[in-house]
Write a protein that binds this ligand. Sequence first.
Ligand SMILES: [Zn+2]
Length: 488
Amino acid sequence: MSEVVPCASVRIHGAAGEVTGSCYEVTTAHAHLLIDFGMFQGAPEQEMRNTRPPEIDFSTLDAVLVTHAHIDHCGRLGMLPGLGFTGPVLVTEPTAELLPRVLTSSATLQQVRIQENRAGTAPSSRVLAPPELASAIPIRREPPPILFTHRHAERVSRSLRAIPFMEWESIAQGVEMRFLHASHVIGAASIELRVQRNDGMEPAHLLFSGDVGPIENPLLAPHQWSDQAPDLLVMESTNGARRFPQVDQYAALAEILKEAKAKNQRVLAPVFALGRAQTILQLLARASRDGILHGMPVYLDSAMAVRASELYARHPSLLEPSLHAACMRGTNPLHFPELHTLMSRRESESIDRIKTACVIMAGSGFCDAGPILRHVRLAIDQEDTRILFTGHQLDGLLGHGLLHGATRVEINGAALDVKAKIDRIAGISGHGDADDLLAWVKRMPGSPKTIALVHGSVEARNEFASILRQHVSSEVTLPNLGETLRVM
Ligand SMILES: [Zn+2]
């Protein structure tokens, strides 16, 4: 009896039971593809995994396809030239505009971390008190080895090929692909593959969700769905065990701004440059229109966030309908009179002595590095400061400690009492919660034959698997690292 040959196989090289390192290898009868090549992030041992590329013959890849410009999906693209890949990197148009900057600044950051470590100036932070929060927090992180250089980042940038959303493109013998809007960040896509079958039957459909944004996204246009249920859906499950509370985020922010203005307080907001920064900007723009911000400057202290924000306005058709309409009237929906953009370290330091009410948005979103750490160090021991958290904080990092009641911290060697007021607005996320993820699956024209859950913690994907099994007839599987899924 002859063995049945699969029409396509998908090998999982990352993000299996964890939230970073997306990388999936697709092999068909005539084609060899890679979907995403993201970095592993978090603890130092996670970062070390980036130095060990998956066992793939990169020289035989026809193309690399990228869902979006977040580091955990694209951060290792700069390694491709060194691994022997010479083909095209296929992306959406906004991602093609973002990626060169993301890869170049990643190459710079890798060098800076080595230099800072040699000079003993690497950023460091930890909680000192109370004791239950102070344990097991790394004081100073060893930088991981350099993964790629500027020269390699530039080579990858030259190999980018932008493909419009919803247009089928033949990318290798017997394989077509298209990007579907994922409503996550600007340019973020799900990737659909149509693979010819040898026997003349209907082509096989594979769908890679990438990161899936909330169904009701205040910033971006709704998702695009395929007109066909896939044979295999490789799906993220980051928030698979989470349901966001129903919070009026604008009202919560408006309260904080009004109080800060009345009490002459500075509001420090740790943000990520792509996604979180624009969601907050959109809320601040509304506060500006409502007169709440009047006389209270907002500083966006991140060149990357400034560039990413400009990109939103350049792609109005990808924005939420009312923001799209604003763009059509010639208004940038992420801009307002109180907004000041800071593009360099010198400009960032120019606001260090400000003592009047203002908002300072800066990275890192985890509050453990970047300009926000300097702003926090200068102000955390003062009562006229608030630190506003709007996103999930990683256990073990400073942001997590502050949110959970840290009273004394150490930042870059200085021990400081926490006198700043800690604020939190829940539910602001570029990822859908469990209800959104389920709704996204159920909007397909039928149940996928198989759903493989990736890109979520063990707990998140277990929980979401049980939710899916209650609501759809698909076979739900939780692949391990290195496991191969077959589409017959
Ligand atoms: Zn993402």
